[in-house]
Design a protein around this ligand. Structure first.
Ligand SMILES: [Zn+2]
Length: 272
């Protein structure tokens, strides 16, 4: 038996009464649990293995690795963290779903993913606690928002998670250096080339027209300085997503991204 913390990445129905749950466990990486009778009202797992829940599970490891269906039976599950503030915020929930889907689709299978677990858990904590101290609307963006600060403004959570995930999966992105001349940047770069690997300083870009939008390089600079990316949030996130996708060499669709974009449209329509 294995006892592990886990974060539920996705859940889908299996027969009339059961669920299959994909979860990122601290001890065994991404696994699939089958919850027989999980849909019933009296299921002992009720709530504990809902999407995005952080829980402690006790499960039996699959004895027949090859040829088996890979579904693991859960013996016990107890909810550790429901994160109700994150769930009350439509945008935060949508961001959490995108992070969960990226892990589910692209994390290496069959290996322990302890750091990925800690990283995702930290990001979810930030989404849960950051709701009240978001400084997204301040022009100055003076909040310390570096990847290592304990609490980040909401607008930096997804970007910092993407940056750290790139690092973890072997595609470190250096936001402080020009990748052509390797000199340290002392202000925002002139361009960003996600496919070749980074930021380009003004001197190296020369007379070339930049391909990246000004908002993207400004936002990446704010992020590197530990400041709230604020109005540049979407530009920064899209740039980092493109970088990650380019380097992973995958074309898989991230379905929840579309949902996130819908939510953003809704929220910006409300704000104006
Ligand atoms: Zn340069």
């Amino acid at each position: 038996m294995i006892k592990s913390r886990c974060i539920v990445l996705h859940r889908f129905p299996y027969s009339d009464s059961s669920w299959i749950v994909k979860a990122l466990t601290e001890e065994r990486g991404v696994v699939s649990f089958i919850l027989k009778g999980g849909k019933r009202k009296d299921s002992p797992f009720r709530g504990a293995l809902d999407p995005l829940a952080e829980s402690e599970v006790v499960f039996r490891e699959n004895p027949q690795k090859a040829g088996g269906d890979g579904l693991l039976f859960v013996k016990e599950a107890s909810l550790l963290n429901w994160r109700s503030r994150m769930r009350d915020n439509l945008m935060s929930t949508a961001v959490a779903q995108v992070m969960a889907e990226i892990v589910m689709r692209y994390a290496p299978p069959g290996v322990p993913l302890q750091e990925e677990f800690l990283l995702l858990n930290k990001a979810l904590d930030n989404l849960d606690s950051g709701a009240e101290l978001c400084e997204c609307n301040t022009a100055e963006g003076t909040v310390s928002a570096g990847p290592n600060s304990a609490i980040q403004p909401l607008c930096n959570v997804f970007a910092n998670w993407l940056l750290e995930t790139c690092d973890l999966w072997g595609f470190h992105l250096d936001l402080n250096t020009c990748y052509r001349c390797e000199r340290a940047l002392d202000h925002a770069a002139a361009d960003f080339h996600p496919e070749s690997g980074g930021l380009i300083c003004k001197a190296c870009l020369g007379v070339e027209a930049p391909r990246a939008k000004n908002q993207t390089v400004q936002g990446l600079w704010m992020l590197s300085q530990g400041k709230a990316v604020g109005e540049y949030q979407v530009f920064v996130e899209n740039a980092l997503l493109t970088y990650l996708r380019n380097h992973m060499g995958f074309l898989k669709e991230i379905h929840s991204l579309q949902w996130l974009q819908e939510i953003r449209k809704l929220c910006s329509a409300q704000a104006t």
